[in-house]
Structure formats: structure tokens, C-alpha cells
Design a protein around this ligand. Sequence first.
Ligand code: FNR
Length: 188
Amino acid sequence: NAPQLLVLPGSLRQGSYAHALARHAAARATQLGFGAATVFDLRALQLPIYDGDLEAEQGVPAAVQQLQDAIQAHQALLIVTPEYNSYPPPLLFNSLDWLSRLSENRTAMKPTALMSSSPGQYGGLRALNQLRLFVQGNFQMLVQPQQFALGRADQAFDAQGQLQDARAEKAVDGVLQALAALTNQLAR
Ligand code: FNR
């Protein structure tokens, strides 16, 4: 059984480059060893900023369970982060902070790859490295070394959402192939 991939872009924006890269990666994933790939839209969850008073009064929002369920239903995870002031955006931290308030950790040992995207030339690499520390250190995700930062993301896609640069395409494929191999290895 080919593993299933959950792709999590860290932006709410309609025209988000992280979403564009996530869609591209999801489409490629099914050609590179994954049985299916789902892009998870955090906008749909409408999560409030973490607030301990809210949690005490109402518990963890039900929508957080949707994210937990999606992670559990897929054998591998790809997070695509934008870069805000050299860090991942609050959206990703907030979503993961809420997730960490659930009693069971479904992300432990989950084979995970990271990508970033930005109009800047470094492609959000600083945010990517911070995200690696965050998810490895706190969520016990099994983050593979292979990663990709897409620079000049504002010019990277054609009208069909395809990456225009062959080197970028190849880099994305390489990350996905490594993730499929890692996921299969762990399933054995
Ligand atoms: C940015 N942007 C940005 N880009 C970058 O390469 N390094 C950075 O440190 C920052 N800092 C930053 C802070 C804030 C508050 C915003 C709103 C933006 C630009 C950012 O990469 C750009 O807005 C992307 O388009 C955001 O990602 P999505 O929504 O396209 O996925």
C-alpha cells in the first residue's frame, strides 16, 4: 500500500506561494511513490490565537481535532512555510501550539519533510531552519534532512501552477522521493 501524504502550507492567503508550492508538491507526490496527497487548508479551521482562558472555558477548539485526524490519516507530512521576519508565520506556530494541547501526540515519529517559499532570493531558508528546530524538538516529528527553499517564488510558477525552473522541479522531486523512501522504510 502506497503511503499517503499530508501537505500543510503555512499561509491563509489565496494567492499564497506556499500554497502554490504545496499544490505542486502534492501533484508530484502521486508520481513519486505516494498513493495520494492532500493539501490541508488551515483557513478552514478558523483557529483563534491560543488563549489559556479560552481553553479553560471551552477546551481545545473542535477544529484542532480535524488537523489531528488529518495527520493521523496520512503516513507522511510535508510542511511548506512562508517566512515572516525570518521565522515561520504565527499561523503555523499557533496551529501547532493548539495541536500540542491535545492529549495524544499523533505527530511523534511521523516522517516529515520541510519546504519554504518566499519572493526573496533565499526562499525563506531561515524560517525553514527555525521550523525544523520547532517541530523536531517539540513534536518528535521525524524530520528528514532533505529540504527545499524556493526563492523568487513570485516568479516561479506559470499560469498552470507549474514550476518553471527545471532545477526547482528536480529539487522538489528529490525531497518527495526521499520522504517516500523514509516512509516506506518505517512501515516495514
Ligand atoms: C514578509 N516577507 C518576508 N520574506 C522573506 O523572504 N523574509 C522575511 O523575513 C519576510 N518577512 C515578512 C514579514 C511579514 C510580516 C510579511 C507579511 C511578509 C514576505 C513574504 O515572503 C511574502 O509576503 C510571501 O508572499 C508570504 O507567503 P505566502 O502567503 O505567499 O505563502
